[in-house]
Ligand binder design. Structure first.
Ligand SMILES: [Zn+2]
Length: 279
């Protein structure tokens, strides 16, 4: 999920549009649910450099698991997060598992619940991704297809109120699987469409590109600090599931589309290099 910091967004509309691109802070749990994560789950997520202060147990895309930052993981996926990775020390990171079988076309669909805005945005996202020139390319298919027509990545709608000063814009259903397939999809929070900071199709496309980035294995470029969300979090030294991508910066990369809270809605050169290095 991406998140927006509402205090900034509501007071400074132009700045809000910036945040739309890539917010990834955590959501705050609704008060009427018993959805706290256990200390064991928290430590596993923290070991993989996730910021867990707003992590919660929830159901997403038909499965029960944990929402943390702009991600959703089943409990099995959480157990997989740390395997086979190494301690990170720079800015562009990937997960241990990647999409395999290159060159490969990834089919993507979007729920009609996201309307023409969602449909137009996904088309823009696919153009953005395919223009990178990687061996992993993307193709629009109809929503709800089965068998060979089934999307590899489905974009669905969810509705979640803002909480704790943030709104979650999108939420990705994990990272690539051990079998080398992308995560099965991500959600877009239609609550965002009701606010004064409602996205343009380009802003929504940027968020979709960010969430697809997670589905194919990209971590947040500021995952160590959450600096783009106005935070300075240090999760300690037990880095797992975050592997530096060769050829990307070792310093801050404020214009990367994979920053936790934006502001980018387009790929910068480092994002492009990261994509071409992996795919
Ligand atoms: Zn994210």
């Amino acid at each position: 999920m991406k998140k927006l910091k509402l205090s900034l967004l509501l007071s400074i509309v132009a700045f809000a549009a910036i945040f739309v691109a890539c917010n990834s802070e955590d959501t705050v749990a609704p008060s009427n649910e018993t959805n706290a994560i256990t200390p064991e789950i928290a430590s596993k997520l923290q070991a993989a450099y996730f910021e867990t202060s707003s992590a919660k147990v929830t159901t997403f895309m038909g499965e029960k698991g944990v929402a943390v930052e702009d991600m959703f993981f089943t409990f099995d996926q959480i157990d997989e997060l740390g395997k086979g990775s190494q301690i990170p020390n720079t800015e562009h990171y990937r997960t241990t598992n990647l999409v395999t079988g290159l060159p490969r076309v990834i089919k993507v669909s979007v729920s009609p619940d996201l309307g023409s805005l969602g449909s137009n945005a996904l088309d823009k996202t696919i153009v953005m991704l395919n223009n990178l020139g990687a061996q992993l390319t993307f193709q629009r298919v109809a929503f709800g297809g089965r068998g060979s027509k089934k999307a590899d990545i489905e974009v669905t709608e969810f509705y979640e109120l803002e909480s704790g000063g943030f709104i979650t814009l999108g939420r990705a259903a994990g990272f690539p699987t051990r079998r080398g397939n992308p995560a099965k999809g991500f959600g877009i929070n239609s609550r965002w469409f009701e606010l004064s900071i409602a996205p343009t199709s380009s802003e929504l496309a940027g968020t979709m590109a960010h969430e697809i980035g997670h589905c194919i294995g990209f971590r947040h470029t500021d995952y160590k600090t959450r600096e783009s969300c106005g935070q300075n979090v240090n999760e300690g030294s037990a880095g797992v599931g975050a592997i530096h991508i060769a050829g990307t910066p070792t310093g801050s990369d404020a214009t990367s589309i994979m920053q936790s809270c934006g502001p980018a809605i387009t790929f910068n050169n480092n994002d492009k290099n990261a994509m071409l290095t992996l795919y």
